[in-house]
Design a protein around this ligand. Structure first.
Ligand code: FE
Length: 184
């Protein structure tokens, strides 16, 4: 009887509890990942491009300490410490504060500077620019085009075709890999 029961459990598991394919797992994980972001931060959206103009107190509430420190406090993570400086996945990078699409992986390159670097933004409106005179330097700050989060700086030593280097902080980027459309 016991053996019969065990067989039933095994058959049931193999029929209904089998492991999904890698592609299905990835798609499901992406949905869970964005849902988790939305639970904590109701302003996070990868589809809504409406400009956000929220008070600092709101950002402090909805962002993690790491994201807030850079996005709103304009801090810089230490070189070679972020999760994306040596990341080679194929997909899209989003603003970690609001979900705005910022860069495609095919414009990411190895700049050897220790921060994720791109030579072109995804859309003209993905980012905004502001002169930054801090630390005794004149630099151009790169901000999220939707929420004004500080992302990093842009320099003129990038590769063709733009010659630009978007030098970004990993902590303010989210990455979503491209998924086979058959599994969406
Ligand atoms: Fe943003």
């Amino acid at each position: 009887m016991e053996r019969l029961f065990l067989s039933f459990i095994l058959v049931t598991f193999s029929l209904f509890g089998c492991q999904p394919t890698t592609e299905n797992t990835t798609a499901a994980e992406l949905q869970v990942s964005e849902a988790a972001q939305n639970l904590k931060n109701p302003y996070y959206s990868r589809t809504d491009t409406t400009k956000l103009n929220l008070p600092d107190a709101t950002w402090r509430k909805v962002l993690s300490a790491d994201v807030y420190r850079i996005a709103r406090g304009k801090a810089t993570e230490r070189a070679y410490t972020g999760k994306f400086w040596d990341h080679h996945g194929v997909g899209t990078y989003y603003c970690a504060a609001c979900g705005n699409a910022l860069f495609k992986s095919d414009t990411k390159y190895d700049s050897q500077c220790g921060w994720p670097s791109f030579y072109q933004e995804l859309r003209a409106t993905s980012v905004a620019y502001e002169q930054d005179n801090s630390l005794g330097m004149v630099r151009i700050e790169v901000l999220c085009g939707r929420c004004d989060a500080h992302l990093g700086h842009i320099f003129d030593d990038g590769p063709p075709p733009t010659g630009k280097r978007f030098c970004m902080n990993s902590a303010v980027l989210d990455f979503e890999p491209d998924v086979n459309p058959a599994f969406r």
